[in-house]
Write a protein that binds this ligand. Structure first.
Ligand code: FES
Length: 156
């Protein structure tokens, strides 16, 4: 369960990085570590305290795939979308995963159980396409392989 947003703790995090605008990415990482996502309140507060516009903070948040703006599901499955995996069919695999789970890439199901996320290289290019389920990486994943990964998590 993500920690509840607290303005004082947010200020502490920002001050840990000297409240410097050039430390924005590190500050955002620290927010994700604490809250698991960057809430709209956080964007507002970070912008105010770093003397940046909200649009500037939003721009950085949307540029980096690591920065979620909504809480993730209990289970996060990442499908690599980088070049080597694309060459080996990750787009087709993603379409299958979306159809199978009913969750669009970047989204979470209504029950908050599953998030499907894009990732850009899992360091497993030799065995692409690659998928990460929690902290486990799988290689050469095809549609059947994805179904097995999905079922495995459900049995746990
Ligand atoms: S490109 Fe997918 S694991 Fe490297």
């Amino acid at each position: 369960m993500p920690a509840r947003y607290d303005r004082n703790i947010a200020t502490e995090i920002i001050n840990r990085f000297g409240a410097k605008p050039e430390m924005l990415v590190q500050i955002l990482h620290a927010f994700v570590e604490r809250y698991s996502f960057i809430a709209e309140d956080a964007i507002r507060q970070i912008a105010d305290e770093l003397n940046l516009s909200r649009a500037e903070v939003h721009g950085v948040v949307s540029f980096y795939h690591d920065f979620r703006t909504k809480p993730a599901g209990k289970r996060v499955i990442k499908i690599c979308q980088a070049e080597a995996c694309q060459a080996m069919g990750s787009r087709k695999l993603t379409a299958h995963a979306e159809k199978k789970t009913g969750v669009a890439l970047g989204g979470t199901d209504e029950d908050g159980e599953l998030t499907l996320e894009a990732v850009y290289c899992l360091g497993n290019c030799a065995c692409s396409p690659a998928v990460m389920d929690g902290d486990r990486v799988y290689g050469r994943v095809d549609a059947k392989g994805f179904d097995r990964i999905l079922a495995r998590g459900r049995r746990q």
